[in-house]
Design a protein around this ligand. Structure first.
Ligand code: GAR
Length: 214
């Protein structure tokens, strides 16, 4: 039976769209059980509706505390038997209520090569720092911001004539490719987390020769 995803958004929803597209064309064997936005006007909600996916708004401003908001998220996700929660441009910190309810089952996508440039506006941070390479990271969510075990990364060059906006656009292309692939890897199972390291056993005999696999 396909695994059930709960996707949390706050805005545009282009990564949500990439996940919708991957489930539609068979790259991702999963069902999107619900899309939840913490912002009532998030454009991503319309993308979900257009794909026939259930949407919910859980407006964080209507809750008296962070933990009450988190508990509301957990209740709705559990009600829909969600196996894996995917943050897709979800701009709220999650607390222990939801992290403990979904152990090693919450993913986030971040537009930098973590641990460089955590937090907001990562593409601008990278551009201002003058790095020559940045990229995208998909990682498990833990209590520390943008710091959980890394599932997948992809590098993106920074060009001399880049602006923060052109760099963000180049990174976004890689985000849309990377997130469905990372979700598929996690859903496929057979992995372990050793310390901070997400590890998978080899999928094919190596004959002593290690192939490079990002
Ligand atoms: C994406 O670039 C995502 O990596 C970033 O927000 C954007 C959301 O775009 N997330 C973070 O910065 C999380 N710290 P989208 O709504 O079009 O997917």
């Amino acid at each position: 039976m396909p695994k059930r995803l709960g996707i949390l958004i706050s805005g545009r929803g282009s990564n949500l769209q990439a996940i919708i597209d991957a489930t539609a064309d068979g790259r991702l064997d999963a069902v999107i059980a619900v899309v939840i936005s913490n912002r009532p006007g998030a454009p991503g909600l319309e993308r979900a509706r257009a794909a026939g996916v259930e949407t919910l708004v859980i407006d964080h401003t209507t809750f008296s505390s962070r933990s009450a908001f988190d508990r509301a998220l957990v209740a709705e996700l559990e009600r829909r038997h969600v196996n894996l929660v995917c943050l897709a441009g979800f701009m709220r910190l999650l607390g222990s209520e939801i992290i403990d309810a979904f152990p090693n089952a919450i993913l986030n996508i971040h537009p930098s090569l973590l641990p460089a440039f955590p937090g907001l506006d990562a593409q601008r941070q990278a551009w201002e720092h003058g790095v020559r390479v940045s990229g995208v990271t998909v990682h498990f969510v833990t209590k520390d911001l943008d710091a959980g075990p890394i599932v997948l990364q992809a590098a993106v060059p920074v060009r001399d004539d880049d602006t923060p906006e052109t760099l963000a656009a180049r990174i976004l292309v890689e985000e849309h490719r990377t997130y469905p692939e990372a979700i598929a890897r996690v859903l496929a199972g057979g992995w372990r987390i050793e310390g901070r390291r997400f590890t998978r056993p080899p999928t094919h005999p190596t004959n002593g020769v290690r192939s490079f696999d990002t």
